[in-house]
Design a protein around this ligand. Structure first.
Ligand code: NAG
Ligand code: NAG
Ligand code: NAG
Ligand code: NAG
Ligand code: NAG
Ligand code: NAG
Length: 414
């Protein structure tokens, strides 16, 4: 370790040397009333004093579209931590201004107002992009009239507190910041354990906990998960798939450094979500499998394909007509086949159970039952399931096999 020291000193040295110059190029975080920035790839965003956070228009992948947002400015990812105007992208030439009577105002290239920081009825003195990631609109007597921290989107940052009744919403997908119908339900599901809380607190040392009304504290981050905020950036994001995750990112990084998950809630969304209504973590007829980042991957079983080809988290439709026509019944064993899936189940779609049963009995019973979509065998018990299948998961906790029925050809459609 001794050899690490000279590098450390060199780093400090460089830092001391470079710092004064970079600060000159930056603002002090204050945004004067009357100032505005335009979505055009040229205007500098409003930076926090240290330059860690920026507020402005972030160009989206689709050229000439921008998202009004706050992001981690220094890291290669430039991770978005807040967005305005409900996540709707705006076109090139749109403008964000700080006004004395309406606070922050977003307008389109023609000058029509799209969004503003509400409610602001008082005289605004200035805005401030804090190094915490909180943008505040301040009155002359230093009262904060509006704060991005009090209007969270999908992310919480250290020093941010979510009051009882506060909501954070997931975006629709990794790149679509609109709030989704399906995913927001899900967000609700994933959020169940926070509902009983009074406040969700993300403290300045990087710990998150829930405070109840009678001052009981439930730790979300435990002591063994120490990644000090002096050396790491932090964020907690409700991902579009419904997983709420706290991440850290070292402040000194190289090209490959990424956000690393500290904990997730629920721990395993594929098996922890099990509503009687809704499709579960993935769409109907889909199968959820937790990946290495503790996030769900969804896939359609054989004989099924995505209803919306662009939404891999969506529902799967059978590529064949499931039915009880004469042909389906008389030649069931000729036209149908099974795919065997280990440790796969859709626990909420049962309509019949047989005990005891063998694999052969199980398959024969399902193939000759035109209502049967899949047969599950666990030990000597067998369940028949009907469409649409929900809460599908591929996980070792299932400890059983699924025999997924599919039609060998599409002939019976005729
Ligand atoms: C920031 O700089 C502006 C001038 O650019 C000045 O008016 C303001 O007082 C400064 N604010 C702080 C907190 O230093
Ligand atoms: C910036 O955030 C820190 C920590 O929450 C707070 O102490 C400080 O007052 C904030 N600055 C402004 C100008 O709001
Ligand atoms: C995001 O999804 C919404 C809802 O499906 C859709 O109306 C909107 O066009 C999408 N936005 C983008 C930028 O794709
Ligand atoms: C960083 O990685 C990208 C690809 O991920 C590569 O194009 C770029 O050259 C790398 N930069 C440095 C400084 O290594
Ligand atoms: C995906 O979306 C694009 C643009 O909205 C559309 O052109 C394309 O057909 C879609 N692909 C599928 C497989 O649905
Ligand atoms: C059955 O139909 C699906 C989609 O309609 C197609 O992808 C598949 O190739 C067809 N299979 C056969 C055996 O014709």
């Amino acid at each position: 370790m001794a050899c690490a020291r000279p590098h450390h000193l060199l780093f400090l040295f460089l830092l001391l040397f470079l710092l004064p110059f970079s600060i000159v190029a930056r603002t002090n975080g204050t945004v004067d009333v009357g100032t505005s920035i335009t979505a055009n790839n040229k205007d500098t965003p409003w930076l926090s004093p240290s330059g860690v956070f920026a507020f402005g228009f972030k160009p989206l992948e689709e050229k000439s579209l921008f998202l009004l947002s706050i992001w981690y400015h220094e890291i290669p990812d430039q991770t978005i931590v807040w967005y305005g105007y409900d996540g709707v992208p705006v076109s090139i030439g749109s403008k964000l201004g700080l006004t004395v009577d309406r606070g922050l105002v977003l307008s389109d290239p023609q000058g029509n107002e799209l969004w503003k920081s509400q409610p602001i009825l008082d005289n605004v003195a200035y805005g401030f992009m804090n190094d915490t990631g909180n943008f505040v609109v301040v009155r002359s007597d230093s009262v904060n009239l509006w704060e991005s921290f009090k209007n969270p989107t999908d992310t919480m940052l250290p020093t941010q507190i979510m009051e009882s009744g506060g909501v954070i919403n997931s975006r629709l997908s990794e790149t679509n910041f609109s709030q989704g119908d399906i995913t927001s339900n899900f967000a609700y599901d994933a959020y169940y354990s926070f509902n009983s809380g009074y406040q969700v607190i993300f403290d300045n040392t990087g710990f998150m906990y829930i405070l109840t009304r009678n001052n009981q504290r439930f730790d979300l981050t435990t002591r063994s998960m120490l990644f000090p905020t002096t050396e790491n950036f932090h964020r907690a994001t409700l991902n579009f798939d419904g997983v709420f995750t706290q991440y850290y990112h070292p402040k000194t990084f190289d090209n490959g450094t990424k956000w690393t998950p500290i904990w997730s809630q629920p721990d395993n969304i594929c098996v922890d979500i099990r509503g009687t209504e809704g499709s579960g973590a993935c769409g109907f007829n889909s199968i959820c499998k937790l990946n290495d980042y503790k996030r769900p991957d969804c896939k359609c079983p054989r004989g099924y394909s995505l209803l919306d080809g662009n939404n891999t988290y969506g529902s799967c439709k059978p590529n064949f007509a499931q039915g009880c026509l004469e042909n389906d019944i008389n030649s069931a064993e000729d036209i149908n086949d099974f795919e065997t899936l280990i440790d796969t189940d859709w626990p909420t779609s049962d309509y019949e159970q047989l005990v005891p049963a063998t694999e052969t009995q199980c398959k024969r019973s399902c193939i000759n039952d035109c209502f049967c979509a899949v047969a599950i065998l666990r030990g000597d018990s067998y369940w028949k399931k009907k469409l649409p299948l929900s809460n599908g998961r591929d996980d070792s906790v299932v400890n059983g096999q699924a025999f997924m029925k599919f039609k060998k050809s599409n002939l019976s459609l005729l």
